[in-house]
Design a protein around this ligand. Structure first.
Ligand SMILES: *Cc1c(COP(=O)(O)O)cnc(C)c1O
Length: 432
């Protein structure tokens, strides 16, 4: 499989090269040149996430120097449980993606990317600097995945004061080869600084930079596997397709679901759930695509006004109308998020994080319009990560998973930084 840029310049490249670069040289996003097509029998006997992932990703790795490492990469990175649990509401399930070390779905992509990067041909020689802009969960997952890995340093940028207290603690608690920067600005500023650094040729001569944002193929590809696993499991159990409602910010997670469906997995409708940053909900309701600056919400990991994976989506479906037939979208504001957390706890005995609550709300609205097909709400984070929001609403404490507690028990530190490029390059040049 070869990969090329959504902006069409720079020719074809291998998966290894695309992963090492992060962003294509012309500023576009890497996309696979074809979408492999699977039959259900290709997954016979595959019941663990790592098995499904290995079969699904094999064509994406075909011909690459890393192809021989795929089994070990899946084994190391994707040995996480992904329970699909039934809710006591008709045809409704929750796909729990929060059983990794940092309690959010970002662990799947970050661990896979780190395992891949450790296999890159020249990984033994130069130190790679992994840049990551985060609105909360990505940074911690990437830090956990690369922490103390020889040959890597991680620089995390997050908007100061705009992540939950526990998220902030997680971002700053690693130390060693991980530096956390609390940026005086929004998530969009952090993302802009990272993009600028990745496109900076002068900087590239001084250090090997790469990114771990949701634009990275190394995150997109493994995320297909839990959609595949859940859909296969549901198909085997019921003979019906499973749809997904996905809390969405930069579209990385939902795009992986779409890609899995395009590869032939038995996936039904894919519904995007925005918070008040409703760029996608507006587009899919028929309005023009209109990126805008982000607003702060309770579902802060979805607080972006410029969904970075939209460019990939448009590349696959250049025509807006045919794109609108692939996905649908809706949104929930903070009031709806709070109300949904309270009601799901009371009515279904399920504690939702604020992100997952947007999906629950969006599903309820579809149910009200008569859609009774099978859906899994994609639970993107553990509610304990957002205890300061969730606990006052439900009136009880949320049990903290042991892995999260271990991180919270470590001391944390982040350096302040203004949202300007010279300040950022100064940090890149000085930190080691
Ligand atoms: C990152 C994140 C999202 C949004 O995922 P995208 O891939 O950016 O759409 C949703 N929920 C949680 C908890 C997250 O950490």
């Amino acid at each position: 499989m070869n990969y090329s840029s959504t902006r069409g310049k720079g020719g074809r490249t291998t998966l290894s090269a695309a992963l090492a670069a992060g962003l294509a040289p012309d500023g576009g996003l890497f996309v696979p040149d074809s979408r492999p097509s699977f039959q259900l029998r290709h997954f016979d006997g595959a019941r663990e996430l790592s098995d499904v992932a290995e079969r699904l990703l094999q064509p994406f790795f075909a011909g690459d120097p890393m192809a021989g490492d795929l089994h070990a990469i899946c084994d190391e990175a994707l040995n996480l449980p992904v329970p699909l649990t039934a809710v006591d509401a008709p045809n409704t399930f929750v796909l729990e993606l929060f059983h990794g070390p940092t309690a959010a779905f970002k662990d799947f992509g970050a661990r896979f990317l780190a395992a891949c990067m450790a296999c890159l041909p020249d990984a033994a020689h130069a130190t790679r600097t992994v840049l990551v802009a985060t609105s909360g969960d990505t940074g911690a997952a990437v830090a956990a995945a690369f922490h103390r890995r020889p040959g890597f340093r991680v620089v995390i940028l997050y908007p100061d004061g705009k992540v939950s207290p526990r998220q902030a603690h997680q971002l700053g608690c690693f130390g060693d080869n991980v530096q956390a920067l609390r940026v005086e600005g929004r998530f969009d500023d952090c993302q802009r600084l990272v993009k600028q650094a990745l496109a900076d040729h002068e900087l590239a001569e001084r250090m090997q930079l790469t990114s771990a944002n949701s634009i990275s193929l190394g995150r997109l590809l493994p995320q297909m596997s839990y959609y595949a696993l859940a859909a296969l499991q549901h198909w085997r159990d019921t003979g019906r397709k499973l749809g997904f409602v996905v809390p969405t910010g930069n579209l990385g997670n939902a795009l992986a679901g779409l890609l899995a469906r395009d590869c032939g997995l038995p996936i039904g409708s894919i519904v995007l759930a925005n918070n008040s940053n409703r760029v996608l909900a507006d587009f899919f309701s028929g309005k023009d695509y209109a990126p805008r600056s982000s607003v702060t919400t309770l579902a802060n990991a979805m607080d972006g006004g410029t969904p970075s994976n939209f460019e990939r989506l448009r590349w696959w479906y250049p025509d807006a109308e045919s794109l609108r037939q692939q996905l649908s979208a809706d949104w929930a504001d903070d009031e709806a998020i709070r109300d949904t957390i309270i009601r799901w706890h009371a009515d279904h005995d399920v504690i939702l994080c604020p992100h997952t609550a947007t999906a629950a709300r969006v599903l309820e609205r579809r149910r009200a319009k008569g859609d009774d097909s099978d859906y899994a709400i994609v639970a993107t984070a553990h509610p304990a990560k957002f205890n300061s929001v969730v606990e006052p609403l439900i009136g009880r404490t949320v049990d903290t998973p042991p892995a999260l507690q271990a991180l919270l028990d470590r001391p944390a530190h982040a350096d302040p930084m203004p949202a300007d490029y010279p300040a950022f390059t100064h940090v890149l040049h000085t930190f080691l």
